[in-house]
Design a protein around this ligand. Structure first.
Ligand SMILES: [Zn+2]
Length: 68
C-alpha cells in the first residue's frame, strides 16, 4: 500500500495519507486546505543518496575505485 507524506503549505502541518490514485485530491486534515505538497518518496530519496555517495567516494584515496 503506497503511503505518501504530505506537507500543508497553508499551516505547515505534515501528515501521511494512503493514496489509492495518483490524482487523488488531498486536503490537509488540520485546516482542510488543498494547498498540500507531496514530499519526496523514499525512492526519490534513495536516488539523492546515491549521488551523495558517489561524490564522497570520489574524494577517497581511489585505491578501490570502480573505474577500469
Ligand atoms: Zn493545513
Amino acid at each position: 500500500m503506497p503511503i505518501f507524506e504530505f506537507k500543508c503549505s497553508a499551516c505547515g502541518h505534515e501528515f501521511e495519507i494512503l493514496v489509492m490514485k495518483s490524482d487523488e485530491k488531498v486536503n490537509c486534515p488540520k485546516c482542510q486546505s488543498d494547498k498540500v505538497e507531496k514530499k519526496l518518496s523514499s525512492f526519490a530519496t534513495q536516488g539523492l543518496g546515491s549521488l551523495d555517495s558517489l561524490s564522497s567516494g570520489s574524494s577517497g584515496c581511489g585505491s578501490s575505485g570502480g573505474f577500469s
